[in-house]
Design a binder for this molecule. Structure first.
Ligand code: TLP
Length: 347
């Protein structure tokens, strides 16, 4: 029986084209700036997101950290959503490594930050206050359902912030999902931010790696900070080669994952015992709550696993199913049937 693993799009495996590119990659020492494949990936990434320069990093978590460190000094304050990945899932890295204070504002149900709340959170001149240096936005906003935020929504948060001399970083781990779902060039989603991180190793299927991008001057600081946190890799072109395939061949097909997520959401909608999170333009995620007390989250997950379906657990009664390369239409149908069987016995 095929295991339908919907825990995350991070479980995707490199495609045959990626493995071939990895095998054939021309290599050098990237810390010395001499890996031609990494250099090619960085140029391609910068061009895609409309920034002057880009940098290859081992993970999204490191990419966000390197950007935050490159924007801020110890004692500064960073504003972000209370559901932000940088706040919830990155082990407090900004505080641990940056000596930064995180100031959260509530995310709205679709993942948006209310622009006025963000402006109100900016500190004024006062000897008692830490200086506000940075605002972090996230698109798609994972914990809020992975809905796509439009260029206008992103601009409405970022532009007033920048008018006040404060920088903006975009955690765009899945910004290509947002662009494909909205039918816009990804540059429209990055035009009003100073730095962006996006992942190659999620829906785009590369085995490892994320990119950060921004101005040349910013990227010089980011390169130094990447070295400091141990992210300088040597013949990294063997991995970057897969990243080039990810960016050139794997973006448009994200639409298939979105179509599958829609079918899954439609199939789960209205099932007794479930309540779906439906707050915006869906991409490749379906968040749902288990709303029956005839089963526990642990028992429910185990029952689904016996049916060959794995879903992610987000605490309380909240679960996440993520569609990705390798999940086909028939897998979505099988998943819906598995849910029906599991819930029938427990509602
Ligand atoms: N998210 C992972 C888990 O950490 C939850 C997932 O399965 O979704 N930003 C966002 C918005 C992310 O969703 C993730 C990964 C990251 C950053 C970090 O990327 P990695 O895993 O490469 O460090």
């Amino acid at each position: 029986m095929k295991i339908i693993d919907l825990r995350s799009d991070t479980v995707t495996l490199p495609t045959p084209a990626m493995r071939k590119a990895m095998y054939e990659a021309e290599l050098g020492d990237d810390v010395m700036g001499e890996d031609p494949t990494v250099n090619r990936l960085e140029a391609l990434a910068a061009e895609k997101v409309g920034k002057e320069a880009a940098l290859y990093v081992p993970s999204g978590t490191m990419g966000n950290l390197v950007c935050i460190l490159s924007h801020c000094q110890r004692g500064d304050e960073v504003i972000m959503g209370n559901q932000a990945h940088t706040f919830i899932f990155e082990v407090g890295a900004a505080s641990v490594f940056g000596g930064l204070q995180v100031h959260t504002v509530p995310n709205e149900p679709d993942g948006m930050l209310n622009p006025q709340n963000v402006l109100d959170a900016i500190r004024g001149e006062n000897i008692h206050f830490p200086p506000t240096r940075l605002v972090c936005v996230e698109n798609t906003q994972n914990k809020c359902g992975g809905f796509a935020l439009s260029p206008e929504q992103i601009d409405s948060v970022c532009l007033p912030v920048k008018e006040r001399g404060i920088s903006v970083h975009l955690d765009g781990a899945r910004v290509f999902n947002a662009a494909v779902a909205l039918g816009v060039d990804v540059k429209e989603l990055t035009r009003s931010v100073d730095s962006v991180m996006f992942c190659l190793s999620k829906g785009l299927c590369a085995p490892v790696g994320s990119m950060v991008a921004g101005s040349e001057e910013f990227m010089r600081r980011a390169r130094r900070n990447r070295k400091m946190v141990g992210g300088g890799m040597r013949q990294a072109g063997v991995l970057a080669a897969a990243g080039i395939v990810a960016l050139t061949e794997m973006v448009d097909r994200l639409a298939d994952d979105h179509a599958n997520a829609r079918v899954l959401a439609d199939g789960l909608e209205g099932m007794e015992g479930l309540r779906l999170e439906q707050h915006g333009l869906r991409t490749n995620m379906v968040f749902f709550n288990l709303v029956t007390d005839r089963t526990t989250p642990t028992e429910f997950r185990a029952a689904l696993e016996e049916e060959g379906v794995k879903v992610g657990y987000y605490g309380g009664r909240l679960f996440r199913a993520v569609t990705h390369h390798g999940i086909e239409q028939q897998d979505v149908r099988r998943t819906i049937e598995a849910f029906q069987r599991v819930l029938k016995e427990r509602t």
